[in-house]
Design a protein around this ligand. Structure first.
Ligand SMILES: [Zn+2]
Length: 330
């Protein structure tokens, strides 16, 4: 990845052309300035917890600052009220998206769930590899790479930025068949905005070295004992969650069901332009929020504020996220 390309991959590049109105571009430049001024975490940040006999580590990749206008339904008063209910400081112009990945250690396997954003895409992203090292796991030790979907902020650590070679030398890539086909469909690619295409290119390049070792699965597939995939269509057609069950405990890693911790629990209808199907994404979001609320199931998510472990409650006619208590168990 050249320096020029890195410059091009600003926050503005993430805003599809359809939204590139002057007001949104203005907001984008505010976001870029905040992003550039922000310092990445000095040390890798991880958090471990147990789900029964299985260990789950949250790996902080970083975060991005994005214009509120990326939510087509955003409105200042509703946004401020939602942020207040979520105890997130409100900025009328921008909001923060955390970027997390997870690592699962079972009795005999090490399974990665997503791999963060590419290093160098932003000064506040790309911490995945260092977080992995902080767990004490080398890329060669990972037995399986499960992807919730193939977006740039989930595949960043998969390939060497200079050589393009794969980083995980012993891990097959496990991803839904619908997702793989969607990302590699040239007709669908051609229909993307010119701003989104470079990100799509990077996503393709990051998964390419795994073409020969990929395993394309269907929703509901058990990828390892106690690890079952869950269909979450909308954000992308092949978007999958991963449900972990061990003993009496469960966790649902729900990928990109929520992008804005500040807003979407109170405003679950607010979809995101990066949702391939915004209506479907909102339907899936509400169905999953209802399910985890009814079952009191612990969740984790790639864009929830780190570490993302928590529960969802019904509140104010919508939902509220409650962070999970720290797990002190060895
Ligand atoms: Zn994402």
């Amino acid at each position: 990845m050249t320096v020029d390309r890195r410059k091009f991959l600003s926050v503005a590049a993430l805003v599809p052309a359809a939204l590139a109105t002057p007001s949104v571009l203005q907001l984008s430049s505010v976001a870029s300035a905040q992003d550039a001024a922000a310092k990445p975490a000095k040390s890798p940040v991880i958090m471990r917890r147990r789900i029964g006999e299985i260990e789950v580590f949250a790996l902080m990749d970083g975060y991005g600052i994005f214009p509120n206008g990326m939510f087509p339904s955003f409105e200042v008063k509703a946004g401020e009220a939602a942020a207040k209910l979520a105890h997130v400081p409100f900025d009328p112009a921008t909001f923060r998206i955390g970027i997390n990945a997870y690592l699962i250690k079972t009795k005999d396997r090490i399974i990665a769930v997503d791999a963060g954003a590419p290093a160098g895409m932003s000064p506040t992203m790309g911490g995945w590899a260092n977080a992995l090292a902080a767990v004490g796991v080398t890329p060669e030790q990972i037995d399986m790479m499960f992807l919730t979907h193939i977006h740039v902020d989930h595949v960043g650590g998969l390939a060497d930025p200079k050589t393009g070679n794969k980083i995980l030398t012993n891990a097959p890539l496990v991803v839904s068949e619908a997702e793989w086909k969607f990302v590699h469909d040239d007709g669908i690619y051609a229909a993307q905005s010119k701003d989104f295409k470079p990100l799509w290119d990077i996503s393709r390049a990051k998964v390419k070295p795994y073409d020969g070792v990929k395993s394309l699965i269907q929703p509901g597939a058990e990828i390892a004992p106690g690890l079952t995939t869950v269909a979450l269509p909308g954000h992308t057609p092949g978007h999958l969650g991963l449900r972990i069950d061990s003993g009496k405990e469960s966790l649902l890693i729900w990928g990109d069901v929520i992008h804005g911790t500040a807003f979407q629990f109170t405003q679950p209808d607010w979809s995101f332009p990066l949702d391939a199907d915004q209506v479907k994404a909102a339907e899936t979001r509400k169905a999953i929020l209802d399910m985890v609320t009814a079952e009191d199931m612990m969740v984790a998510g790639m864009h929830l504020d780190f570490p993302g472990f928590g529960f969802v409650e019904r509140a104010n006619g919508a939902y509220r996220f409650v962070a999970a208590p720290y797990d002190y168990r060895a």
